[in-house]
Design a protein around this ligand. Structure first.
Ligand code: SAM
Ligand code: SF4
Length: 324
């Protein structure tokens, strides 16, 4: 079988696919308050085109696909598409990252789709802070959605970005909530993906979180062997309660050598790194049935994967468009 191996030997087996650039939130670390200009529908990959490209990627050894956005659940027909995708590629590990705002109304079809794992973004449990961070979100709606899928989807993780004025009380509330509901909570460092949104004062290292939680428990680092195509997260286990948490330290620790992923934007551009300044257009040749160019560009993109950190490489393109 063919495999995608980059110039420094990293085996690329994890594809993140953005299904839309649109979002109903305006998270302060991801989008400007007045949003971004949405792309016209004809520029966005159809579900057929996503299936077609993923067929090529699976032939190249891809083992895991994560759907993201923008907000993937805003896209019409997403849950039936997931069912179709999972039955088309029964050997792939299929996941979704969502802001959770539409989990409640879509819980049933999502569970029925057979999706293997869902990551829900939840930066805080405080109503007020949630509304201010997302600029219009309702945390109660996200929690209701989480309750609707709890225990019915095998792996549920919570992603919490460390952004500005971290409040210890908030961190412990999230920890307690995750422990009670048995979700794996992951703290993610605010990343300088976009020059306009970045400011150093809003950044907190995951080391700070580890230092404060160590005051209330015995957290020891461990390797999560259950994670398929595990990425850059480091995991910790609390010895008394058995609670597990993850930390993703994109800024404070260099884990680029472990990176096994590439990203397909909603317009079918292949980005070898979230911070890449260049991308390879797969959609144009696909629409011309020019499969050899598609294949060639995938190979070029993997060869062009940056070796290490290139923050702000792409100041002009929003994370929500590439698929964070
Ligand atoms: N809308 C969905 C969501 O929020 O989960 C999926 C897309 S969002 C771009 C994917 C993830 O990227 C979310 O967990 C979000 O918190 C994270 N993210 C976005 N911008 C970020 C930044 N500058 N630094 C760290 N994480 C970021
Ligand atoms: Fe939307 Fe997700 Fe970006 Fe927040 S992080 S604005 S929910 S795409």
């Amino acid at each position: 079988m063919n495999e995608l191996i980059d110039s420094i030997g990293r085996r690329i087996q994890y594809l993140r696919v953005s299904v839309t650039d649109r979002c109903n939130y305006r998270c302060c670390y991801c989008m400007p308050e007045d949003g971004i200009t949405w792309l016209p529908h004809e520029k966005i990959m159809s579900y057929e085109e996503i299936l077609e490209l993923c067929r090529i990627f699976t032939q190249l050894g891809m083992k895991k696909v994560r759907f993201t956005g923008g907000e993937p659940l805003l896209r019409k027909g997403m849950a039936p598409f997931l069912s179709r995708f999972i039955s088309t590629f029964p050997l792939l590990r299929v996941s979704l990252t969502t802001n959770g705002s539409l989990l409640f109304p879509l819980a049933e079809p999502l569970i029925a789709s057979g999706i293997h794992s869902i990551n829900v973004s939840l930066d805080t449990l405080s109503n007020e802070r949630f509304r201010s961070m997302t600029r219009n979100g309702d945390v109660a709606q996200v929690l209701k959605g989480l309750d609707a899928i709890n225990g019915k989807i095998k792996s549920i993780k919570l992603n919490s970005v460390l952004y500005k004025n971290i409040d210890e009380h908030d961190v412990f509330s999230l920890l307690e909530y995750a422990r009670e509901k048995q979700y794996v909570l992951r703290f993610i460092e605010f990343m300088p993906a976009n020059r306009q949104l970045w400011n150093e004062e809003s950044y907190t290292s995951v080391d700070y979180i580890i230092s404060i939680i160590q005051q209330h428990g015995r957290w020891v680092q461990y390797k999560d062997n259950n994670e398929v195509c595990s990425g850059p997260a480091a995991y910790y286990l609390e010895e008394n309660t058995g609670q597990k948490i993850g930390v993703i330290s994109a800024v404070s620790h260099n884990f680029c050598h472990l990176c096994n992923r590439i990203r397909l934007s909603s317009t079918g551009q292949l980005y070898p790194c979230l911070f890449s300044s260049i991308s390879w257009d797969l959609l144009t040749p696909l629409r011309k049935n020019d499969y050899s160019t598609v294949l060639d560009r995938i190979i070029q993109a993997v060869k062009g994967k940056p070796r290490g950190k290139v923050f702000f490489g792409d100041a002009g393109v929003a994370v929500s468009r590439i698929g964070g």
